[in-house]
Design a protein around this ligand. Structure first.
Ligand code: DGL
Length: 274
């Protein structure tokens, strides 16, 4: 009996689309790219709307779902990752209600931080918009009820992370001052775990650890989100070889031009505007 020929399943080129205001979402893209080596990747930075952390809830709740609707039409992704804590804690529900594809959000990793903390004092370092969200109150109440949860919002750290991708090393004194926003609060002397609750901040994790006055553990959601994406795409067909990744900006300018070499290091070979 001849062995029947098996037909290989058709390749499915639909990408996973990562969305952030700027470059922070690369800290979510990187562990996903490692876990899913064939997945086509599109990275979108809303450079025209950056930064989100100093915007109002109303602005973000109006802007993000509309933009993601355009992006879903343009790139036909199999899944969208809102790789931004600010956008996720404010607009995740609106986006899920508006779009008919799986949406994975990025919210502060308070649960893993509470599991790790020995002193029961943890810090949430995010944008000013994120740290004031009821979503964060809810995570703290559900997963860190027996911890003191200190919060600090820093727009400066977002800017330092963007600059470091453009090749400008952050000043350790400024990083120490940002950390002091948490450590200097009442109870901060016992804090042992810092949640990097803005996707920009893991990009400076080594520098933050080096600038800290004592050993601190930093946690973020990147690896957990990668596992979640792998789970949600289980059984899906991927191209045999990952196509070159695409970086998309909502506005190209002199600043975005400096980021091309860093984007290439993340496998995002082409840079285009929306
Ligand atoms: N990366 C974003 C976050 O995770 C926000 C940075 C900003 O635009 O302020 O919150």
């Amino acid at each position: 009996m001849p062995i029947p020929e098996t037909t290989a399943p058709a390749s499915d080129a639909r990408p996973i689309l990562f969305f952030d205001s700027g470059m922070g979402g690369l800290s979510v893209l990187a562990p996903t790219a490692r876990l899913l080596p064939q997945a086509p990747l599109v990275y979108v930075a809303d450079s025209a709307g950056f930064p989100y952390g100093t915007r109002s809830e109303a602005e973000i709740a109006a802007r993000v779902p509309a933009l993601l609707g355009r992006l879903a039409e343009r790139f036909a992704p199999r899944l969208i990752v809102i790789a931004c804590n600010t956008a996720s804690t404010i607009a995740l529900q609106h986006v899920r209600a508006a779009l008919d594809i799986p949406i994975v959000g990025t919210v502060p990793a308070i649960k893993p931080a509470a599991l790790l903390s020995r002193t029961r004092v943890i810090g949430v370092l995010g944008t000013e918009a994120t740290v004031r969200q009821p979503y964060v109150d809810d995570l703290a109440a559900r997963f860190a009820g027996d911890c003191r949860v200190l919060r600090h919002g820093s727009a400066e750290l977002v800017a330092l992370a963007e600059a470091s991708l453009g090749g400008v090393a952050p000043d350790p004194g400024r990083l120490a001052a940002v950390l002091d926003g948490l450590l200097g609060q009442e109870g901060g002397e016992r804090l042992d775990v810092v949640v990097n609750a803005c996707t920009h901040f893991p990009l400076l994790e080594a520098e933050l650890a080096a600038a800290a006055p004592r050993a601190l553990t930093f946690v973020d959601g990147g690896a957990g989100i990668a596992r979640r994406i792998a789970h949600l795409t289980t059984g899906q067909v991927w191209p045999a070889v990952r196509p070159a990744g695409r970086a998309v900006f909502t506005a190209l300018d002199a600043r975005t031009a400096t980021l091309a070499p860093a984007l290439a290091r993340y496998g995002l070979a082409s840079v285009e505007s929306l």
